[in-house]
Design a protein around this ligand. Structure first.
Ligand code: SAM
Ligand code: DTB
Ligand code: SF4
Length: 328
């Protein structure tokens, strides 16, 4: 970090900046671990109760058969991963899952669909789900692929609280992972969601074989969006047999913790989600993530198609750490 930048951020700790450059973000990644963790925890405490964790439950409302080529994804039709393509779930079946999520202690229900982009008819069906889930007293989130401005407005009209659309990685590494849609396409969808007045949930994945500069580039891009995403999911790649990234060398868990800490420092007021990858993560690594400023998790035994820790295991962990669910 330059001396000016360091002075600037010390004079204004927790200041919201939208002009992060990669070199500054890279310098945060390179800090000694104790300094990085202390700074992240300090900033976390300025804006949040550090002992609270937001709890979201995921449901795949339309699984598999996706035409895109995202190299990490078990739902891409072109990879033989054993995930069968399904139809959009019925409203009743989705609401039954939402009731169970609420009973299990979730405050937000996130509906994911394996589409490149939804048809207008799909959007209508999802709007009915959003209305039903909200009526249960849950916050709603959807991730349906690319949206047009009109589709984003329609979803807002149904009461959708959050839309998840990830940048996934740095602009430079992106082409190694996805060729069927561009980084610009993703930014356009994020603009449409923001303009419609929906909260933005946007983050990425690490452990895909990217370099340290790509992790810094991803956080710098997220943190220099005109408005920071309200929710920032940081996923550790879940390696799925049959996808091109199966067998990729594993990322050091401490580098994952650093990514969470840097996201927290650069986006002080955003909720940072310790997202996919917890099934294979030790309790100690997860505890370090919470210390580094993560304050949300996906809760329930399944992510979209892959396993997540069971509810009992997670409740025991939160209990052991003295963490409480965040009220909505
Ligand atoms: N099809 C829509 C899209 O791509 O925007 C929505 C669903 S898609 C599965 C949502 C996000 O899940 C992806 O952007 C990616 O960041 C994450 N994801 C998918 N497969 C993953 C994996 N194997 N490990 C970690 N994250 C994954
Ligand atoms: C996000 O960033 N991670 C979630 C959610 N947004 C939609 C998805 C993780 C998917 C992991 C692989 C699977 O279960 O299919
Ligand atoms: Fe399709 Fe989304 Fe998977 Fe990419 S991440 S293959 S768009 S479901």
């Amino acid at each position: 970090m330059s001396i000016e930048a360091a002075q600037h951020s010390h004079a204004n700790p927790g200041l919201i900046r939208n002009d992060w450059i990669r070199a500054e973000v890279g310098a945060l990644f390179a800090l000694p671990f104790p300094d990085l963790m202390f700074e992240a925890a300090r900033i976390h405490r300025m804006h949040f109760d550090p002992n609270e964790v937001q709890i979201s439950t995921l449901l795949s409302i339309k699984t598999g058969g996706c035409p895109e080529d995202c190299a990490y994804c078990p739902q891409a039709a072109r990879y033989d991963t054993g995930v069968d393509a399904g139809k959009l779930m019925s409203l009743d079946a989705v609401l039954a899952e939402a009731r169970a999520a609420k009973a299990g202690g979730a405050s937000r229900f996130c509906m994911g669909a394996a589409w490149r982009s939804p048809k207008d008819r799909d959007v209508e069906n999802v709007c009915a789900m959003v209305e039903g889930v909200r009526a249960l007293g849950l916050e709603t989130c959807a991730t349906l692929g690319m949206l047009s401005p009109a589709q984003a407005k329609r979803l807002k009209g149904s009461g959708l609280d959050y839309y998840n659309h990830n940048l996934d990685t740095s602009p430079e590494f992106y082409g190694e992972i996805i060729t069927t849609r561009t980084y610009r396409d993703r930014l356009n969808t994020l603009d449409a969601v923001r303009d419609a007045g929906i909260n933005v949930c946007c983050g990425g994945i690490v452990g895909m074989g990217e370099g340290a500069e790509d992790r810094a580039g991803m956080i710098a891009t997220l943190a220099s969006l005109p408005v920071h995403p309200e929710s920032v999911p940081i996923n550790m790649l879940v390696q799925v047999e049959g996808t091109p990234l199966a067998g990729e060398s594993k990322l050091d868990p401490l580098e994952f913790v650093r990514t969470i800490a840097v996201a927290r420092i650069c986006m002080p007021k955003s909720v940072v989600r310790l997202s996919a990858g917890r099934e294979d993560m030790s309790e100690e690594t997860q505890a370090l993530c919470f210390l580094a400023g993560a304050n949300s998790i996906f809760y329930g035994p399944k992510l979209l198609t892959t396993p997540n820790p069971g509810r009992d295991r997670d409740m025991a962990l939160l209990d052991k750490l003295g963490l409480r669910p965040m009220e909505r």
